[in-house]
Design a protein around this ligand. Structure first.
Ligand SMILES: Nc1nc2c(ncn2[C@@H]2O[C@H](COP(=O)(O)OP(=O)(O)OP(=O)(O)O)[C@@H](O)[C@H]2O)c(=O)[nH]1
Ligand SMILES: [Mg+2]
Length: 401
């Protein structure tokens, strides 16, 4: 099956044949711009439809504000309604008896995993459930408080202190964050043989109050790991429509970004880009390793190395070591090694040695010029198909974006 980008690459080949000359310099500049621009050259009348939307680029700091992966939230269930204390009153009817109704129960607060929600940014810092109504005369029971749903992204882990309470890993998963208080009893409830006119009624109970920590473990099919400046974000921009910030300084990326690679058969592979990892990250050097929770659930990994670095093959060992420090077995996941920046002459010279050390399957490409991206896209699809088959075999529903 051919990815849609390869389909565009086919257009590029056609266009190159038609032009009979070198491409204008602007057409080969900029990651991910190559194919759409070429397409727009030949279809001037339909450029509007072909050009990717030119969204205003946000700085990493602003992007981080939009994407929230951790939230502390205070949840208080609704208070139960009070029970009523009153007696039946009717003309010519003496000793009508107690008829105070019970109060309604307070509403629960429920966390629900929703596939449409991608970040915890919409979760507020506190929620109070709906209160139950008080009981009334004539044995009228108060209405219970409505349930309050908080929509959270799929992959949210609910913690209280250090204890994990729930893992909302499938769409529709629910967890009762705070229970509403029980409604009070009306005096009718206390009617007994030895007490025909009870005055007692009880107040409604307050709802449960908890401080929960919500942590999002991003669910993507593939996770990109690499040293800072290896070109992870550039690669994500080149293969998807995601727009993570790219700059020539380390730790440009401060939070996870997910890009979707679309294939012709409508398959979508989600690829997550996370901040760079350095040696000793498990001892909290650099940005530490906490952000690795975002690739913890990825089915397969892309180890991105900068081929122009002094010893690019050593980077893979360091990365695997750090992943093992975070979680045992994480580096054993199916993976592919991506050697980036092949457009640089010093990088190209190191390719034979890299292949000799790490095996011939390493993919050499350039996120900047788009060279050899097709091989990566095809390998991604292959890994994705294998992952889906393995999930189905285990009886689990594969992740869909
Ligand atoms: N020549 C060349 N430069 C590249 C290529 N890919 C990325 N770069 C440059 O490398 C620098 C770092 O790129 P990023 O994509 O920000 O790297 P990163 O791995 O996301 O870095 P962090 O977010 O800091 O971890 C930028 O100046 C890019 O322009 C490439 O294929 N060729
Ligand atoms: Mg980056």
């Amino acid at each position: 099956m051919v990815p849609s980008r390869l389909f565009l690459a086919g257009w590029q080949a056609v266009l190159e044949g038609v032009r009979h000359g070198p491409l204008p310099p602007r057409a080969v500049l900029g990651p991910g711009r190559l194919l759409p621009r070429l397409l727009s050259l030949s279809h001037a009348d339909c450029t509007k439809h072909q050009e990717p939307s030119r969204k205003k680029l946000l700085s990493e700091k602003k992007l981080k504000r939009h994407f929230v992966d951790c939230r502390r939230v205070l949840v208080c269930g609704g208070r139960g309604g009070d029970g009523a204390s009153c007696f039946h009153s009717e003309p010519r009817k003496e000793f009508g008896g107690p008829d105070g109704g019970d109060g309604g129960h307070g509403g629960d607060i429920i966390l629900r995993a929703d596939g449409q929600v991608k970040s915890l940014s919409s979760v507020l810092s506190q929620y109070r459930g709906f209160h139950g109504e008080d009981g009334g005369r004539k044995n009228c029971f108060g209405r219970s408080g409505a349930l309050l749903y908080i929509r959270v992204p799929v992959g949210t882990v609910v913690k209280e202190g250090n204890a994990v309470l729930a893992d909302l890993s499938c769409p529709g998963d629910e967890y009762i964050a705070a229970r509403g208080g029980a409604g009070g009893k009306g005096n009718r409830f206390f009617l007994a043989n030895d007490n025909r006119a009870p005055m007692t009624c009880t107040p409604g109970q307050p709802g449960q109050e908890r401080v929960l920590l919500l942590e999002l473990k991003t669910m993507a099919h593939a996770g990109m790991v690499g040293f800072p400046n290896a070109g992870k974000s550039s690669l994500l921009r080149a293969i998807s429509n995601a727009k993570p910030a790219v700059a020539a300084y380390p730790f440009t990326t401060l939070g996870p970004h997910v890009g979707i690679v679309h294939y012709e058969d409508h398959q979508q592979v989600a690829v997550a880009d996370v901040p760079g990892i350095i040696r000793g990250a498990h001892r909290n050097r650099g940005l530490g390793l906490a952000f690795l929770r975002h690739i913890e659930r990825c089915g397969f990994l892309l180890f991105v190395v900068d081929l122009s670095a002094p010893e690019p093959w050593a980077q893979v060992d360091h990365l695997k070591y750090e992943l093992e420090q975070y979680e045992e077995g994480l580096s054993e996941r199916p993976h592919v090694i991506v050697a980036n920046k092949i457009d640089l002459p010093e990088a190209r010279a190191k390719l034979p040695e890299l292949r000799a050390r790490l095996g011939p399957t390493a993919i050499a490409l350039s996120a900047a010029t788009g060279e050899n991206l097709e091989e990566l896209l095809l390998r991604l699809k292959e890994l994705h198909d294998r992952h889906v088959a393995a999930e189905l075999q285990r009886g689990r529903q594969p992740l869909r974006w």
